[in-house]
Design a protein around this ligand. Structure first.
Ligand code: HEC
Length: 106
């Protein structure tokens, strides 16, 4: 009986940590990215491009990750219609991976 209780607790803990990990990309996006890219990554005119379903987000994860970690400014900038740069926000590699996963899921 005791072993069963311990097993049930372990499974419950795993289930919770799994959902917490899945949520983290969304919560980082909300706190660090949505101010420019919009709450649902739909983009904001004059601020930052749409990410949800965009060609860039459908592309290679490595390029997305490096943009998230390094930002994009100066000669690297791609869009004239968004005059500001994508800032370097100090996102850690692990958080960038979660953000890539989240953005690709939209
Ligand atoms: C201060 C506003 C701002 C914030 C905050 C911001 N971005 Fe950006 N982001 C931009 C701008 C502006 C661009 C377009 C840069 C360019 O012209 O290439 C951009 C570009 C991108 C791109 C490339 C899109 C493409 O089509 O090439 C990705 C991916 C991206 N941002 C993800 C994020 C993520 C994830 C966060 C949060 C960690 C974030 N951004 C936070 C302004 C912002």
């Amino acid at each position: 009986m005791r072993n069963i209780i311990i097993a049930v607790m372990a499974v419950t803990l795993l289930a919770f940590s799994g959902s917490a990990m899945a949520a983290s990309g969304a919560s980082i996006f909300k706190s660090k990215c949505s101010v420019c890219h919009g709450a649902t990554a739909q983009g904001k005119p004059g601020m930052a491009p749409m990410l949800a379903g965009s060609d860039f987000i459908k592309g290679p994860a490595g390029a997305i990750k490096s943009t998230i970690m390094n930002g994009r400014s100066g000669a690297e900038k791609k869009y004239k219609k968004f005059p500001i740069a994508m800032p370097k926000l100090g996102i850690k590699a692990q958080d960038a991976d979660e953000l890539v996963k989240y953005l690709k899921s939209l």
